[in-house]
Design a protein. Sequence first.
Length: 255
Amino acid sequence: MSLPSGYNRWCRRYRPAEHAAVRLVCFPHAGGSAPFYLPMAAALSPGVDVVAIQYPGRQERLAERPIADLMVLADRICDVLRGQPEMPMTFFGHSMGALVAFEVARRLEADGHGPSRLFASGCRAPSACRDEGFHLLDDARLLAQVRRLNGTNSAVLADEELMRATLPALRADCAAAEGYSCAPQTAVSCPVSVLVGDNDPKASLADARAWVRHTSGAFDLKVFPGGHFFLADRADEIMRILDRHFRIERDRIVA
């Protein structure tokens, strides 16, 4: 079967957007995969080229070794994005994905091709990250943490064989996030918009506000009712935020 135009093993495009003038690059959470952003692609296309990053070690990349070093992962994604057709980009990352997006943004800004804005969802500021040892838990306790955060579809959690297949990627992602460190003065120049749930056990409001240290551009914080995966319940509100952002972006390009 032939692959759709613009497809490679890192980038998934779920809706055609041949005439889009702007691009949204989406970075999944620990243990997550590209289809997590399929609803976003459906809502924003065809006006926005929505690219969901597929990390190694899951779904059609299951045979590949997961990357347990966040800086290496950012390097690989950066190389991939440099090869995409040039277009103004916005980044959206949830949880670990926000850290990956931040590091990719830093690298692309050094090339003069950084994103116009970074949306960081459900994530402590880079300098507020800490090692909680999740990647060292045994399988049962690691899955218990996933259930507590409500981060995986219940049908997936109930499928023992599927969970065994996904655990290596989840564990590697946890190791990548927990092994990451960042100095408080490390910053991007693009604006940063932080989205967080008011009852998120992984990202307190103080830790979310600390993102302000990591941009020399504009900063805003939006708090939603909910926990770590608040965005599943507040999808309509988040789509309105993104739609407003891209309307401004398109107007800026035309001007």
